[in-house]
Design a protein around this ligand. Structure first.
Ligand SMILES: NC(=O)c1ccc[n+]([C@@H]2O[C@H](COP(=O)([O-])OP(=O)(O)OC[C@H]3O[C@@H](n4cnc5c(N)ncnc54)[C@H](O)[C@@H]3O)[C@@H](O)[C@H]2O)c1
Length: 671
């Protein structure tokens, strides 16, 4: 049936009309020059690759423009094809489409590219320095055309940002299947990756940028809150019902994801000092109320902190400057620091993700464009100093944890072998824990708790309020400590003003909780209480990501070098009919260091979706718990025992037999 917003299939592709030259708002952040390093032969391929999106009549005009972009920005973004007005995720009814999913994905993509949300909107980068929806505006336009004509009997295929086409499928199959940056093993390295990106055949999807599921910095606030609060419980002796009042947390980064740190520490009751070299990012967080104070003078920063600590007042303070300078000051002044971390973009330290000590943000941007080898050397020097300062502070009692930005790996790559636990390579991890090893792995992922999220596609705040209430009613705070934390989180979510962009919510939940909440929401859609909802999760979850420096850092049976779990999760979600499935290389730790995937499920109120929730949402979590259990993680083994009991006759997971360590020691010792 055709409604006002349905679309009759037309010819897909870009027309022969040349869009006007682009106009840039100088107030918006721009991605740095990524560097141009193609040979003349490769440059020709890159140009042919970009020009194949547009009719030949336009090639004379566009070829020199594209070449100029490649040489001056290191990529072809096809700026001329970006929409003339800023994008934002509009209410779903304002989009055109032949199925609800086609319209829902347009909401998600436009939200990912909203200048209020995206890090570099003109370069299609949503977060994490390089995490992109797709490679260029040519792809964006064609993806949008496809989403407008997509029907319930088709699947759209996206390969590294390129919309390959619509293929016949069926209503119970995914409407979109996305892969990003999946490289052949022998080319899965930084150098070949950069060439592929410049050629225009590879897209860095990060996690939810290329998976179209980014919901602004709120997406990470709950995880950061859980991490620092549990770090406090573990290391500062906080009682289960105590928060971080009167304790100091120092970290860096107020960018896309790292921008959540200020909000999280305030919600956790503590005082946070966050170093940030880029003033514009501090301004963004100040204007959103996610930071309370700011100074570029270290004595003033610590005066603010002292007062707040004494009054036990929660406060997030931005230091406009380099984290290494901040730590030098802390060490020199002997200031006690309870918790310490870092969230600079160390998954891409040499691409601008880490600003070396001794240069301003602007100098860093210039040096990146003009002299990459000196920049590389400066990053290494700074990382070494950074590591030394962390070592000193940990010796004085500070608890340092790697917060999933590959910081310790970057230190190792900078030439510090003592950071490696086995002194040789990274396979056994590092001398300081990753937050997954100590906190998130055993306390959350091993039980199945992970960053479940939803977007109210109507765009109505009242729908979000209704879903918050409904989700809260689905949680029993008495069941486990984690459930109590999640209950408090969702109870206070609206008060904490977390929404940036679409009407979205993050809520850590285990398999049972996710299924219960999803079924309740779908029922509410069916009853007309709320408009349609997009369910999803961060790829940073129990099952979605194989990443030895992060999500699978607490897998100790040697399988942390394998990517079977994330791949199976993706395939299983596709088989069970999630609306969107995505699988990426890289994510939060960099190319070749992780395989990660996610899903989107559009709740339209139908019984069909109820059935998908029951099978797919359960699989999406329990596949990972099962693998963690097989790796002999105790909390996962308990969770699987419970699962086998509750699902008897419907599902079963094999449990490992534990071996007497003495037996193995005796045997191996005697060889
Ligand atoms: N733990 C998690 O769950 C998680 C989730 C998402 C992303 N990440 C990782 O965290 C990192 C940050 O992500 P993001 O989206 O915020 O990236 P981002 O690039 O938007 O922000 C990083 C910020 O660090 C600042 N910075 C860089 N070097 C600095 C220095 N020496 N001193 C002070 N400030 C400095 C930059 O100016 C930038 O604003 C990435 O590596 C990302 O992959 C972790």
């Amino acid at each position: 049936m055709h409604t006002a917003n349905t679309v009759t299939p037309t010819i897909i592709g870009l027309g022969s009309e040349l869009p006007p030259p682009p106009v840039f708002n100088p107030a918006l952040r721009r991605a740095p020059d990524r560097g141009f390093k193609l040979t003349p032969a490769q440059t020709k391929v890159a140009l042919r690759n970009a020009l194949r999106y547009v009719p030949a009549a336009l090639h004379e005009t566009l070829a020199p423009e594209f070449l100029n972009e490649l040489k001056t920005r290191g990529r072809i973004y096809a700026y001329r094809y970006m929409p003339s007005t800023p994008l934002y995720g509009k209410p779903i009814d304002e989009y055109r489409g032949n199925c609800i999913e086609g319209k829902a994905f347009q909401v998600m993509i436009d939200n990912n590219l909203n200048p209020e949300v995206a890090l570099y909107p003109y370069e299609l980068v949503t977060y994490g320095e390089t995490g992109s929806v797709c490679q260029n505006w040519l792809q964006y336009r064609i993806i949008k055309q496809y989403l407008e004509i997509l029907t319930q009997d088709q699947t759209l295929v996206i390969e590294s940002g390129h919309p390959l086409g619509l293929f016949p499928s069926r209503p119970d199959a995914p409407r979109v299947i996305i892969t990003n940056a999946l490289m052949i093993g022998m080319f899965d390295n930084q150098n070949d990756w950069e060439i592929a990106e410049q050629l225009g055949v590879a897209n860095y999807g990060q996690m939810t940028a290329g998976g179209w599921m980014y919901i602004g910095p709120q997406g990470i606030v709950h995880g950061t809150f859980n991490t620092i609060l549990n770090a406090g419980r573990m290391r500062l002796g906080l009682a289960p019902d105590e928060d971080l009042r009167g304790h100091l947390f120092i970290t860096s980064g107020l960018g896309g994801m790292s921008g959540a740190q200020g909000k999280a520490i305030e919600i956790a009751g503590g005082v946070g000092i966050i170093a940030e070299v880029d003033f514009s990012r501090i301004q963004t967080r100040l204007s959103q109320g996610w930071i309370s104070k700011m100074s570029d003078q270290l004595p003033e920063v610590f005066q603010f902190a002292d007062v707040a600590l004494k009054n036990k007042q929660p406060m997030a303070i931005a230091y406009h400057g380099n984290i290494v300078d901040l730590l030098e000051y802390v060490v020199k002044q002997n200031i006690p620091v309870a918790l310490l971390s870092d969230q600079t973009s160390c998954h891409v330290p040499y691409d601008g993700g880490y600003c070396p000590q001794g240069m301003t943000f602007e100098q860093r941007t210039r040096m990146l464009a003009e002299d990459r080898s000196s920049f590389h050397a400066a990053v290494d020097t700074s990382l070494k100093r950074h590591f030394e300062l962390i070592k000193t502070l940990t010796q004085r009692g500070t608890y340092f944890f790697d917060y999933g930005n590959a910081f310790l790996k970057a230190v190792f790559d900078a030439g510090v072998s003592e950071v490696s636990l086995n002194g040789i390579d990274e396979k056994d991890g590092f001398i300081f824990p990753s937050y997954v090893e100590d906190i998130m792995g055993p306390e959350l992922f091993d039980y199945g708790y992970g960053p479940f999220r939803w977007v109210c596609l109507s765009g109505k705040p009242e729908d979000l309020a209704k879903t918050d209430q409904a989700a809260m009613q689905c949680i029993n705070p008495e069941r486990r400590g984690q459930d109590r934390d999640n209950y408090v989180w969702i109870r206070d979510a609206a008060k904490n003003k977390l929404v940036v962009g679409t009407q979205a919510r993050i809520l850590y939940q285990d398999a049972e909780g996710r299924v219960r909440i999803a079924l309740r929401f779908n029922e509410m859609v069916r009853n007309g209480e709320i408009g349609p909802v997009m369910l999803g999760r961060d790829h940073h979850d129990v099952s979605g990501t194989d990443s030895p420096f992060r999500e699978t850092a607490n897998i100790k049976d040697g399988s942390n070098v394998m990517a079977d779990m994330a791949t199976q999760c993706f395939a299983g979600n596709a088989a069970r009919g999630m609306s969107l499935v995505a699988l990426h290389n890289g994510g939060g730790v960099g190319i070749g260091k992780a395989i990660n995937g996610g899903f989107g499920l559009v709740l339209d109120g139908s019984q069909r979706i109820d059935a998908i929730i029951r099978s797919a949402m359960l699989w999406d979590v329990m596949g990972g718990v099962a693998r963690r259990s097989w790796a002999r993680n105790p909390n996962s083994m308990d969770t699987i025992r419970e699962f086998n009991r509750d699902q008897a006759g419907k599902a079963h997971v094999i449990l490992p037999h534990l071996v007497d360590d003495g037996l193995v020691d005796r045997l191996v010792g005697s060889l």
